[in-house]
Design a protein around this ligand. Sequence first.
Ligand code: TRP
Length: 353
Amino acid sequence: MKQIILTGDRPTGRLHVGHYVGSLKERVKLQNSGRYDEIYIMIADAQALTDNAEHPEKVRQNIMQVALDYLACGLDPEKSTLFIQSMIPELTELTFYYMNLVTVSRVQRNPTVKAEIQMRNFEASIPVGFFCYPISQAADITAFQATAVPVGEDQMPMIEQCREIVHKFNSVYGETLTEPQIVLPEKASCLRLPGIDGKAKMSKSLGNCIYLSDESEDIKKKVMSMFTDPNHLRVEDPGQVEGNPVFIYLDAFCRPEYFEEFLPEYSGLDELKAHYQRGGLGDVKVKRFLNNVLQAELQPIRERRKMWEQRLPEVYEILREGSKAAKEKASQTLHDVRHAMKIDYFENDNLLK
Ligand code: TRP
């Protein structure tokens, strides 16, 4: 069986380091592993419109930003097909057929949908399109016959729901769709990076993000202002590393060689943590180290981003070509789906029999 990746992001803002450790880094690794026959990376503008119908310009403006972030992280248009969701109308048609295979109460139970409805204060005024986005996401995944979906942990319920739709479709209409597997980052610290204010999630609306496009000075300012253990008041006090954002970021980003380079008096992260827990290690020292680590990790990304910013027409062409290729793939699946559902009336004479 062909190994195929599909994944993507809503273009509602520039991507941040939470996206990077939670999913982008993994995608680049998978892309370069040579284990995949086809890789599709989608800018999910249609999904972004499900809760931004009144702000289409916000979605439009962020399409190029997300494309730049992708290229900056090392997604390579020679190996991965980058495309824009709304340019593939086949996805909408698949969604419409899948809608009949899902109950309203099942979508209502989807934990991600539940959380988002609460976060946006939708409650009694949920747009129908927003409510259906898990189904449209199943269309995205199955249209490409994806076997692997590398995403952040928050997307787990979406993949689960997609798998249910695949089962249901295949059992009603015959084996047609491929069941996908979710691919999560290996490190637990990467599953959900907290904001710099210690809040559970990095999010643009909370203003607690470090962006991939942030300048070096901004990164430093943000790191030095980071929330740590609130009870670690004096250097001598014992500190907590669990739940401490500075240490969670170090877990996610630090490589052993950074100790040699920036903090040679410690052998590694375990020793640094032990010192902090024991007392005698100040926050400023740990933050300076984290700043060095983040600068080292993010500098090549920022530089590649700047390079692509000078070549916007090329980025535009990459998206255009990618969308063309994606449309071809999705239309093949739609063809198979129509055939399985026996709604391919003009491809045969079934209606006359
Ligand atoms: N829901 C994803 C996000 O919030 C975007 C997305 C849309 C997606 N369709 C997808 C991700 C299919 C993986 C697979 O960013």
